[in-house]
Design a protein around this ligand. Structure first.
Ligand code: PEP
Length: 260
């Protein structure tokens, strides 16, 4: 396990308008106040237009969670119609940013080069980046997934100064598990978690943090966290309901309470 605090981050994707987002955070906050989550860093990555209101309620109610964004533009400002900068996110207290989620890579042509530029922009702004890597099914079946994610790591981290490494978390997110209801098995997660940690250590990360994402839910979270030596989860669908997201937080909190 990483020496860093385990992380569970909810990725709402393009779901929940700001009113729905407020309700969800309110419900989650109440659950977390009734029975606090002590060993896990909790982050919600809301759509851009929800961030302001979610930030306000987290702040005013003193909920123990941080705010994340699902994407950001690598440029500081200027002629980038439709885009958002790291400084805009910082003004809204956004501390975490997903970088290179597979849906950005596949559907919005986010190249390895743009992923690297975005990662650099995020950590230089003093925010935590969650760098998403993972293979599609054909690559898994051809047994070349380790080489594939190594190449993703290399291109994203190659030009990054070591002093920023503590601001980078790696999320192993195999595409065949995202939104499919078919999670990677604990053995598959353990294999990739330890492989990625080894790769990161070889690149001089002193405390690599590797989380898993792909159809994590209230039912499988305890087994996954208990048997895979992962440092947390990136959760999509199951983060859209307070009860299921809280169940995942509980599973992690109980497990890390024992491990620490
Ligand atoms: C994700 O969007 O990163 C994700 C893991 O989604 P889901 O949990 O729905 O598979």
């Amino acid at each position: 396990m990483s020496a860093r605090r385990p992380l569970v981050i909810g990725n709402w994707k393009m779901n929940l308008d700001y009113v729905e987002g407020l309700h969800l955070v309110q419900q989650l906050g109440v659950l977390m106040k009734n029975r606090p989550v002590e060993h896990v860093e909790v982050v919600v990555a809301a759509p851009f237009v929800d961030l302001r209101s979610v930030s306000s309620i987290v702040d005013s109610e003193r909920f123990s969670m941080s705010l994340g964004a699902q994407h950001v533009n690598a440029n500081e400002n200027g002629a980038h119609t439709g885009e958002i900068s790291t400084s805009m996110l910082k003004r809204l207290n956004v501390e975490w940013v997903l970088v290179g989620h597979s849906e950005r890579r596949v559907h919005y042509a986010m190249s390895d080069e743009i992923v690297a530029q975005t990662l650099s922009a995020v950590v230089r702004a003093g925010q935590h980046a969650v760098l998403c890597v993972g293979e599609e099914r054909s690559i898994r079946e051809s047994n070349t997934y380790c080489q594939y994610v190594t190449a993703q790591l290399e291109s994203a981290l190659g030009g990054l100064d070591e002093k920023f490494y503590n601001f980078v978390t790696v999320a192993y997110e195999p595409l065949w598990a995202i939104g499919t209801g078919v999670n990677a098995s604990p053995e598959q997660v353990r294999e990739m978690t330890s492989f990625l940690r080894k790769e990161l250590r070889a690149r001089s990360f002193t405390s690599p943090q590797v989380i898993y994402g792909g159809s994590v839910n209230a039912e499988n979270a305890a087994t996954l966290v208990g048997e895979s030596d992962v440092d947390g989860f990136l959760v999509g669908g199951a983060s859209l309901k307070a009860e299921s997201f809280y169940a995942i937080l509980r599973a992690c909190d109980d497990c890390y309470a024992v491990k620490r």
